[in-house]
Design a protein around this ligand. Structure first.
Ligand code: NAP
Ligand code: MN
Length: 266
């Protein structure tokens, strides 16, 4: 059983952070957790920072679906992916000592860029023009040619990503208990030549979204996954589907997704 208590802390290594979080290391030791430096053998991966840090923690540790992730907020605000506050350890102790902790599963999307191995995203895939001009994308749902998009970009968000970029472009907030993903437009051109749906749409778990980039010049749109820009260029085909990998986090009392939404936005 001992190796099920391997814990890995993900945070900036700057001196001020290390000093501020020393009590977490002490706490983990006091409750007989084994602090590891290699995340691949960790059973619990703890991100210390904000939502952006949590996204990085998941990305840098390879979207593992066989371990538990936990977010500890250092920002003072409550964040969507952070269930714990840095300075209030009672909730952490409760989670560390309880026999049956409830687990939440956050859907992620799988992204295929041409023939490359799959990428994953916890918030979203974003496609944005990297120049002042628009770009053109042929949008397919499964094998159906759905629309021809011309504009600034497209955002494909997971349910937990629905409160991030997706929300800023008027997408809906989606309950993470629904396995689905949402497609939203960034400033689409609509005229007699180009016509898009104009509203966000949500695809079910067995759908595949294909975005075919129509290259009109040497400029390529920027491909973003969560808070990272991909350096890959010259991509023609992007396929997005719901992935089989869910990100597991600890479920706490009084901290449901909708409580967080109310707390953050209302
Ligand atoms: P950032 O530019 O610092 O983040 C923007 C804000 O989004 C931060 O306040 C961040 O919270 C928050 N955030 C991140 N994920 C969220 C979520 N699932 N629900 C609600 N808020 C969320 O960059 P970042 O912190 O690395 O976050 C990356 C995310 O920023 C991207 O995945 C994208 O969703 C979002 N983004 C938004 C826009 C926009 O709204 N116009 C444009 C680009 C990117 P913290 O302060 O706790 O980190
Ligand atoms: Mn941030």
């Amino acid at each position: 059983m001992a190796n099920r208590r391997n814990i890995y802390f993900f945070h900036k290594r700057s001196d001020d952070i290390v000093e501020k979080i020393q009590h977490l290391y002490d706490l983990a030791e006091r409750y007989s957790f084994n602090i590891v430096n290699d995340y691949s053998i960790a059973n619990i991966i703890v991100s210390i920072g904000g939502d952006g840090t949590f996204l990085q923690a998941v990305r840098k540790t390879g979207f593992r679906d066989d371990c538990l992730y936990a977010g500890i907020s250092t920002t003072g605000n409550l964040n969507m992916y952070c269930d714990f506050y840095l300075d209030s350890t009672s909730k952490m102790i409760e989670a560390m000592t309880s026999e049956n902790i409830e687990v939440r599963r956050y859907p992620t999307i799988e992204i295929k860029l041409d023939d490359q191995p799959s990428f994953y995203a916890l918030n979203e895939l974003s496609l944005r023009s990297s120049v002042i001009k628009t770009f053109v994308v042929e949008v397919f749902i499964d094998e159906l040619h759905f629309e021809t998009f011309r504009g600034d970009g497209i955002v494909v968000a997971t349910p937990t990503g629905s409160t991030a970029y997706n929300k800023s472009v008027n997408g809906s907030i989606v309950d993470p208990t629904l396995p689905c993903f949402q497609v939203s437009e960034l400033a689409s051109l609509n005229n007699n030549t180009y016509r898009t749906l104009g509203s966000s749409f949500i695809l079910g778990p067995d759908r595949k979204l294909t975005l075919k980039l129509m290259q009109e010049s040497k400029d390529y749109p920027t491909i973003g996954m969560d808070n990272e820009a991909m350096s890959i260029r010259n991509i023609k085909n992007i396929e997005v589907s719901l992935s089989g990998k869910a990100i597991k986090t600890v479920k706490l009392k009084d901290n449901s997704f909708w409580e967080k939404v109310r707390r953050t936005f209302l």
